[in-house]
Design a protein. Structure first.
Length: 138
């Protein structure tokens, strides 16, 4: 197969994003998967070389990190990517709303980001300007 260079097509981006999301639940749940096997299948589907696919996976990690989503630790984010890649990732998430549903995440197992406690926002009366109580002393 002839090696392709240049800009990834929408179809190629859709294929690699779908593949990335096929690996991510296994990674989150701690189940084994083969990055090499995923790469070989993508080479056949996209016509892209191994290194190009590896780098595009890193781009997807960067896009997901930018969106505040979980990403594959084995693909360190590489932030130099086509902005259209974000559109492809968002489109995938739109087509799979269950991915963002908490029940789906719980079924896959805990993710490191899920273990963080949410900050509590408390809005009450403003503090007094002095240390004296706001009521008269008896």
């Amino acid at each position: 197969m002839e090696e392709m260079v240049g800009v990834w097509t929408e179809e190629q981006n859709d294929a690699i994003v779908a593949d990335y999301f096929a690996m991510l639940p296994d990674d989150i749940a701690g189940r084994p998967y083969s990055k090499a096997e995923h790469n070989r299948l993508l080479q056949a589907v996209t016509g892209r070389p191994r290194g190009s696919i590896e780098y595009k996976h890193q781009n997807i990690s960067a896009a997901l990190k930018g969106l505040g989503e979980d990403w594959l630790p084995g693909y360190k984010p590489a932030f130099n990517f086509q902005t259209s890649l974000i559109d492809v990732v968002v489109r995938w998430l739109d087509r799979h709303p269950d991915w963002l549903a908490p029940t789906a995440r719980i079924a896959m197992g805990p993710s490191p980001s899920a273990l963080r406690e949410e900050a509590m926002l408390w809005i009450g009366p403003p503090p007094p300007h002095s240390n004296a109580p706001p009521w008269p002393a008896p």
